[in-house]
Design a protein around this ligand. Structure first.
Ligand code: F6R
Length: 611
């Protein structure tokens, strides 16, 4: 949540910052701002998107080669020009940008006000800027020490970059709980909250750890801990390409990412599902496999779409590995008093690897002695670094705020895990194992087949674009798909949508059904097919409109439903990977037809780093 970008070197900073902010806009788009250090810092900030900021700057010539920029998702203080970052301290000696939340900001503000410090905004960030300046002036210390002393008084999370007018040759960056990456160039450095603004300039990066403070000059980077102990920076190579963070000819990132799914699933398979020798091999789990096999309970923790993938995981682990599974919202789990045993295995699922509640739940599980594994997409993010072991999804950068390819890649990893544990436990015989792997390998091609029907899905979307409500139903493996379909629709089109297990409909939601209520039923051929056919009849008997996702060639539901989306036949366990695709497209087209900003839906941000 919120995006940070910074530059120090010999180039003109402004275009680098504005370009970076556009790339980061998916992290928050309430307001944007930049500060460029010339003789004094020149600060420009504006409510709204980066385009508004660009208009506000206009044709002004800003030639400074040190600068910071921020795109905001509001927490403290409404989104307006004043609350936008960067924030300057009262006497203008410091300018800072900050992600995260300073929890004790009200008390710190009160104390500073009592000492005559005045504030312009309602933000916690301005409190930090003034605290740093206060310590710098009163303590007669240098900027670096002022930052470290100020941060020692702060409770909360931060990723921040500080510019000091009196020390114009450096930027100071610090991290606790909010990610920061430093790009290493030739006599220049780039700082950002994730690698997307950096990748076009350099692939060499340093991920800051919690508690790191970096003092960055154009030709030198000094890394320390908060306690002033020296650290050796570890330079890593980024594996993403610039093409992956462009729209690549599509109208929106979301559409591009939906269409990327055959490839992203293949990338997630690569080297892991081997059709030549019929094996699944998960290198990241090799050392913990004995413990996974012995485990009596798996707890899956996640939020949002990742939680839906976790729910599919429950069915997979129960079917293949015959182990107890609980799927928990990270935000509930961490605040309950959950029973976590030393022989439990906790699997945390997260696209961003930075979701604050999931991270807190991981820490709780570790404190209680569980083995904690991660399924993550963003390489180098916090979750893979805080878990004992794990598997990356290799979906590539997901920029659209609504998660699509991350979901199918998470389900892919969960299926690989469940099958390989089941196989190691001797629960899957040779014939079945071979059949599963062969079918698994067909999934990308089958998704391609569904994508080729996008025109048909668009036509049906046109018929439902003006709905105000809708119900999504599914059973078994398709219940989490119904939840995911409903989430996709509501988050990008603002149409109210509810996902339900189909059999639960008659325990309440059936009261909602009338001729205006579209009911999306995920009803492919599996063991509960007959039951879901009855559920469709119950909807039709009440004049509801049925849009059904069915197996190719289905004639029974085709006769009952108003419209159908066909998906190719597959093993029941893989149906979530196929059936979610038409629902993603359906939501996408409806949102576009309603004029919604699908890549940046209102009030949302890509990674939720606040609790
Ligand atoms: C929905 C969506 C969110 C995320 C959730 C968890 O489309 O994107 O519900 O799935 O915020 O995020 P991660 O997976 O990054 O932990």
């Amino acid at each position: 949540m919120c995006g940070i970008v910074g530059y120090i070197g010999d180039r003109v900073a402004l275009p680098i910052l504005l370009n970076g902010l556009k790339r980061l806009e998916y992290r928050g788009y309430d307001s944007a701002g930049v500060a460029i250090l010339e003789d004094l810092p020149l600060v420009f900030k504006k409510k709204g998107k980066v385009a508004e900021l660009e208009k506000h700057i206009g044709n002004q010539k800003l030639t400074g080669s040190i600068g910071i920029g921020h795109t905001r998702w509001a927490t403290h203080g409404e989104p307006n020009d004043v609350n936008a970052h960067p924030h300057a301290s009262m006497n203008g000696k410091f300018v800072i940008i900050h992600n995260g939340i300073i929890e004790n900001y009200a008390r710190l503000r009160e104390r500073l006000e009592a000492r005559g410090v005045t504030f312009k905004s309602q933000t916690d960030t301005e409190v930090l800027a003034n605290l740093i300046e206060y310590i710098y002036e009163k303590g007669q210390v240098d900027a670096e020490l002022a930052v470290r002393l100020a941060l020692s008084k702060v409770i909360g999370a931060y990723g921040l970059v500080v510019m000091c007018v009196g020390e114009p040759d450096k930027l100071i960056a610090a991290r606790k709980g909010s990610p920061l990456v430093i790009g290493v160039g030739n006599e220049e450095y780039f700082i950002a909250s994730d690698a997307t603004p950096i990748v076009e300039y350099t692939k060499s990066v340093i991920y800051l750890n919690d508690g790191d403070v970096a003092v960055i000059k154009k030709d030198q980077l000094v890394l320390k801990t908060m306690k002033n102990d020296s650290q050796s920076p570890v330079i890593q190579e980024l594996s993403i390409d610039i093409g992956e963070i462009d729209k690549g000819g599509y109208d929106h990132f979301m559409l591009k990412e939906i269409f990327e799914q055959p490839r992203s699933i293949q990338d997630t398979f690569r080297g892991r599902v081997r059709s030549e020798n019929n094996e699944i091999h998960l290198g990241g789990l090799y050392e913990v496999m004995p413990r996974l096999i012995e485990s009596k309970r798996i707890i899956i923790i996640a939020c949002g779409t990742s939680w839906h993938a976790g729910l599919v995981g429950e069915y997979l682990f129960e079917d293949f590995a015959r182990v107890n599974v609980e799927v928990e919202y990270a935000s509930e789990f961490r605040y309950r008093n959950p029973i976590i045993n030393k022989d439990d295995v906790v699997i945390a699922i997260s696209q961003s690897g930075e979701t604050a509640d999931t991270l807190a739940a991981i820490r709780l599980a570790k404190e209680n002695g569980a083995l904690v594994l991660g399924i993550c997409n963003v390489v180098g993010s916090s979750i893979p670094r805080e878990t004992h072991a794990g598997v990356y999804t290799h979906a590539g950068p997901e920029i659209g705020v609504a998660s699509t390819k991350a979901f199918t890649c998470q389900v892919t990893v969960l299926a690989m895990m469940a099958i390989s544990i089941g196989r190691s436990k001797g629960l899957i015989d040779d014939t079945n194992y071979r059949k599963l792997i062969q079918e698994f390998n067909q999934i990308p091609e089958k998704i391609g087949e569904i994508l080729s029907q996008s025109g048909h899905i668009k036509q049906i979307a046109d018929k439902y674009k003006n709905s105000t409500n809708s119900l999504y139903l599914g059973r078994g493996y398709l219940f989490p798909v119904a939840l995911e379909g409903a989430l996709k629709l509501k988050e990008i089109s603002y149409i109210h949508a509810e996902g339900y297990p189909a059999a639960e409909m008659k325990h309440g939601p059936i009261a909602l059904i009338d001729q205006n209520m579209p009911v999306v039923v995920v009803a492919t051929k599996d063991s509960s097919y007959e039951k879901i056919v009855s559920n469709i009849q119950e909807v039709k008997a009440r004049n509801g409109q049925v849009i059904a996702v069915v197996t190719k060639g289905d004639t029974i539901i085709r006769q009952m439903a108003d419209y159908v989306f066909e998906i190719p036949e597959t093993e029941t366990v893989f149906t979530p990977l196929l059936s979610v695709i038409p629902l993603q497209l359906f939501s996408y087209y409806i949102a576009v037809m309603r004029g919604c900003n699908v890549d940046q839906p209102r009030n949302l941000a890509k990674s939720v780093t606040v609790e």
